[in-house]
Design a protein around this ligand. Structure first.
Ligand SMILES: Cc1ncc(COP(=O)(O)O)c(C=O)c1O
Length: 382
């Protein structure tokens, strides 16, 4: 009987011996809800800069490729057709300067799932450490916790325990700060990781969105000396091609690690749908839509940046990515509350670690019309 309190709960029910969600951090976005309500009540409507989700159309060349591949009744493969892997390798060569063959790339179902499950899929667990930047995309910590490894934050890799860290995340350009690591900084991280035989995984999903810096990949020969052993780069089409809805991304680097991931992910059924595989080929072959989207973001970025600065914000880093990392030198939740009264919603910096508690992250992924509305309100209140 379900009301018999002497019997163990079903797996997944509250009180079950090992409920995975109990290991994970609280999902913080619920805390923003009251501020969203306030912002929504503004007579001019909500200007939502809290989430880095694309709002512009999926480029036509990509929509057409998807539509041309709707009749795909059979199972696609985890590795995808050679044409897809060659498209990925070709893009890495052309845009990233990485000489890599199609045997060293692997499509993934959006990069978030890879970030969350990579430590598990590589067999990490209790006793191991997974390290990530002190201010970071929260899923690096989630990935460590899902496999029972210890999550460790770092400012500099030199402070890490080389005997325990098995996987190190770097993220350049960074979410949330927009900071770019130069080739020298990346070289030092690679050298440390190689010395300690830790896998260095570089999350490069904003690589094509540099504004005042030219982001460089960990796979660039200037950084790794054209040797990809112990290195992976994670890429996503969500941001550069407005494809967050498609779940199109890939990982590339050390061919031995890529092969191991392929084996594990084949058993796990982690397959990119065939129409999305075809859309990815089209997206990677076309640079024009990326240039066009960059122009949209550049205009929104400079308008918002100027209005925020005039209002009294200081912007730190933010030389790349889709975010302005802004502070009024006071607690982030006070800023969130103040902006919500102007109908503007931003993300509090402490979502990305306690080090962000005096910053907010402003995503310039809203329409031109919403950006103009926010600029007008900030200017009027300056
Ligand atoms: C740093 C970083 N990595 C990974 C992702 C996940 O992107 P996706 O799963 O859409 O590829 C995001 C999304 O915002 C991100 O900011």
């Amino acid at each position: 009987m379900s009301n018999d309190s002497t019997r163990a709960p079903f797996p997944g029910h509250p009180g079950a011996a090992r409920r995975v969600s109990d290991l994970l951090p609280a999902f913080p976005w619920d805390k923003l809800e009251p501020y969203k309500k306030t912002a929504l009540a503004h007579p001019g409507g909500l200007c939502d800069f809290s989430v880095g989700t694309p709002v512009d159309p999926v480029p036509e060349v990509i929509q057409k490729a998807l539509a041309a591949h709707t009749d795909t009744p059979g199972y696609p493969t985890v590795w995808g057709p050679l044409e897809l892997r060659e498209a990925i390798a070709g893009w890495l060569h052309r845009r990233v300067g990485a000489g890599i063959g199609p045997q060293a790339v692997l499509p993934t179902v959006g990069s978030k799932e890879l970030v969350a499950w990579l430590p598990t899929q590589l067999g990490l667990g209790p006793g191991d450490q997974v390290a990530y930047p002190r201010l970071a995309y929260p899923t690096y910590e989630v990935g460590a916790r899902l496999c029972g490894a210890e999550p460790v934050e770092y400012d500099s890799v030199d402070e890490l325990d080389g005997s325990r860290v098995r996987l190190i995340w770097v993220n350049s350009p960074s979410n949330p700060t927009g900071r770019v690591l130069d080739a020298d900084e990346l070289r030092r991280a690679v050298a440390w990781a190689r010395e300690h035989r830790a896998l260095l995984v570089s999350d490069e999903c904003y690589l094509e969105l540099g504004w005042e810096a030219d982001p460089v990949s960990v796979l660039h020969p200037e950084v790794c000396g054209a040797d990809h052993e112990g290195l992976l780069a994670v890429h996503s089409l969500s941001k550069r091609s407005n494809l967050a809805g498609y779940r199109a991304s890939f990982v590339a680097g050390d061919p031995v690690v890529v092969r191991e991931l392929l084996e594990v992910r084949k058993h796990g059924g982690m397959i990119v749908p065939a129409p999305v595989q075809a859309a990815t080929v089209a997206a990677l072959a076309d640079d024009a839509h990326v240039a066009e989207q960059r122009e949209r973001y550049a205009a929104r970025r400079s308008a918002l940046r100027a209005a925020l600065e005039a209002y009294g914000f200081r912007i730190e880093h933010s030389e790349a990515s889709l975010y302005l990392w802004a502070t009024q030198d006071r607690p982030c939740w006070e800023t969130v509350a103040e902006l919500s009264r102007l109908g503007i919603l931003v993300a509090p910096g402490d979502f990305y670690g306690p080090a962000g508690e005096r910053f907010v992250r402003v995503a310039f992924t809203a329409t031109d019309e919403r950006v103009a509305a926010a600029v007008e309100r900030l200017t009027a209140a300056s």
